[in-house]
Ligand binder design. Structure first.
Ligand code: FAD
Length: 122
């Protein structure tokens, strides 16, 4: 783990697998995966049932929607909310540091994310 400070603020590099293990510590038995959420159903006051593709259901007090872009919860709860394509695209890449490539980068580019923006900001 490393903390890198640049003009853009402080960046904390965290291994994703390690972060996932930390977050799961102590709740392993309560976390289940491998099934696709399809829809929810409101039950008696204050209760909600989450329904899954395999036909199973889980009932609880709160349903947290964290399935991002194509969220089935959002589609059901906010059917009028539309996903808008902003036209922005992001590409990630890695450049091997060799004697030839190293001088191509400014020193400050090693401390922060380095956006490279094309003509017309596209
Ligand atoms: C290539 C890439 C690089 C990134 N790099 C960084 C970075 O360096 N630093 C940073 O801070 N952020 C980074 N991000 C952004 C970061 O990954 C996201 O902001 C973060 O993962 C969002 O977390 P989340 O829990 O909201 O969604 P996610 O991590 O996307 O989790 C959503 C989960 O919902 C599940 N799901 C979806 N639909 C259903 C369904 N119907 N039923 C059941 N499960 C479902 C998915 O399988 C997934 O596991 C990066 C993203 C990408 C794509």
């Amino acid at each position: 783990m490393a903390v890198l400070a640049g003009d853009g603020g402080t960046h904390l590099a965290v291994d994703r697998l390690m972060l996932r293990r930390i977050l799961l510590t102590g709740v392993e038995d309560a976390v289940r995966g491998g099934t696709r959420f399809t829809h929810y159903r409101l039950e008696a006051i204050g209760r909600v049932a989450a329904c899954f593709a395999a036909g199973s259901e889980v009932c609880g007090d709160v349903l947290v929607a964290a399935e991002v872009l194509n969220s089935p919860v959002r589609r059901q709860y906010l059917p009028h909310a539309k996903v808008v394509d902003t036209g922005l695209r992001q590409l990630y890449g890695k450049v091997p540091m060799t004697k030839a490539s190293r001088p191509l980068f400014l020193e400050e580019m090693f401390a922060v994310f380095t956006p490279v923006i094309g003509p017309g900001k596209q």
